[in-house]
Design a binder for this molecule. Structure first.
Ligand code: TRP
Length: 334
């Protein structure tokens, strides 16, 4: 028999509109993992209720996240790709874990404190127990590997604590979930304005979305900050110039990159030409993904079928875990 593959689990918030940073930072890793591990990828629609109680746009946001990830290569035949709210077992495990989570530690969570500041009029209990729900998502499948960014490390540590507390109190059910990333893949995708990385919340003109039209991509790239060029050969690049090279390395062909590197080192670089080239290479990279997304979004039956298939796989795994959980907890009276 084939050795059992390690179990991977991660959640994606349905905030819609993925950008290039999401692609190179997360999705590309998911796509690689789905061949090597048993993967559960979940759209965290319940989590979004902690900050967005209005559900009018939830459906279209969920559809978009599904479509964008699939267009980027996530394969619903290989991984279980599902919605959190379709797996009722998550809510059950969340309830049990809430009895093992302490008010003090939850209040100390950095993301909780941030949200209290952002929405002082809606500090609901779901916000406080956000990390408990996230722990339930993960350990429901007895996952040991969780591909997440740095911002999720505290949540993951809490998930380990809750899992360990459960194990100590009721019996050894859950492996310790650990953050996992291919270490050669920690690629930084810089924003176009020379400050920080691409992100949803920052300057919209400095972030390239997979849904951006060709013209918008060109416009954004052409606005990237440059200067008069280096004053001496082989100069170190200022950050905003290095960023343009970094972006080029993500989407342009080797000879193109080499040409502009050597132009830079020889002090005859023309940033206008470089940005035009980068813009066209970005368009060639993003346009086919955008077209795929639109195709998928236009096919509601396909989306529905994806969600059903994913939910079925996730439910099978969840049901098996919850039988053990109830048994260990002594919640079996008949
Ligand atoms: N909290 C995660 C985020 O903000 C999303 C998430 C929900 C998640 N459940 C998860 C991530 C389980 C990893 C595992 O991005």
């Amino acid at each position: 028999m084939e050795a059992k593959k390690p179990i991977v689990m991660s959640g994606i918030r349905p905030t819609g509109y993925l950008h290039l940073g999401n692609y190179f930072g997360a999705i590309r890793n998911y796509v690689r993992m789905q061949d090597e591990f048993e993967c559960f990828f979940m759209v965290a629609d319940l989590h979004s209720l902690t900050t967005h109680p209005d559900t009018k746009e939830l459906k279209s946001n969920v559809h978009r996240v599904l479509a964008e990830n699939i267009a980027c290569g996530l394969d619903p035949e290989k991984a279980a790709f599902y919605c959190q709210s379709h797996i009722y077992e998550t809510s059950e495990l969340y309830l049990y874990l809430n009895m093992l989570a302490y008010k003090g530690e939850l209040e100390k969570t950095v993301t909780f404190k941030d949200k209290v500041r952002l929405q002082p009029n809606n500090v609901n209990a779901g916000l406080l127990t956000y990390p408990v729900l996230q722990a339930a998502d993960i350990i429901l499948h007895r996952a040991s590997l969780v591909p997440v960014g740095k911002d999720q490390e505290q949540h993951l540590e809490m998930a380990r604590n809750f899992a360990n507390r459960f194990n100590h109190r009721y019996g050894n059910v859950f492996p310790e979930p650990m953050a996992f990333n291919y270490n050669d893949e920690l690629i930084k995708v810089p924003s176009l304005d020379g400050t920080g990385k691409m992100s949803k919340s920052e300057n919209q003109m400095a972030t390239l979305y997979l849904a951006d039209s060709d013209d918008l991509i060109r416009k954004k790239v052409m606005k990237a900050k440059t200067d008069n060029g280096p004053a001496e050969p082989n100069a170190t690049k200022p950050d905003y110039i290095e960023n343009i090279f970094l972006l080029m390395r993500l989407v342009s062909a080797r000879p193109v990159i080499d040409k502009f590197e050597s132009d830079y080192n020889n002090c005859n670089i023309r940033y206008g030409d470089m940005k035009k080239q980068l813009a066209e290479d970005m368009v060639s990279f993003i346009a086919p993904i955008r077209a795929k997304v639109e195709g998928i979004l236009g096919n509601e039956n396909y989306l529905k079928q994806i969600m059903e298939t994913g939910a079925e796989k996730a439910r099978n795994s969840a049901k098996a875990t919850m039988e053990i959980v109830r048994e260990c907890m002594g919640l079996t009276y008949f």
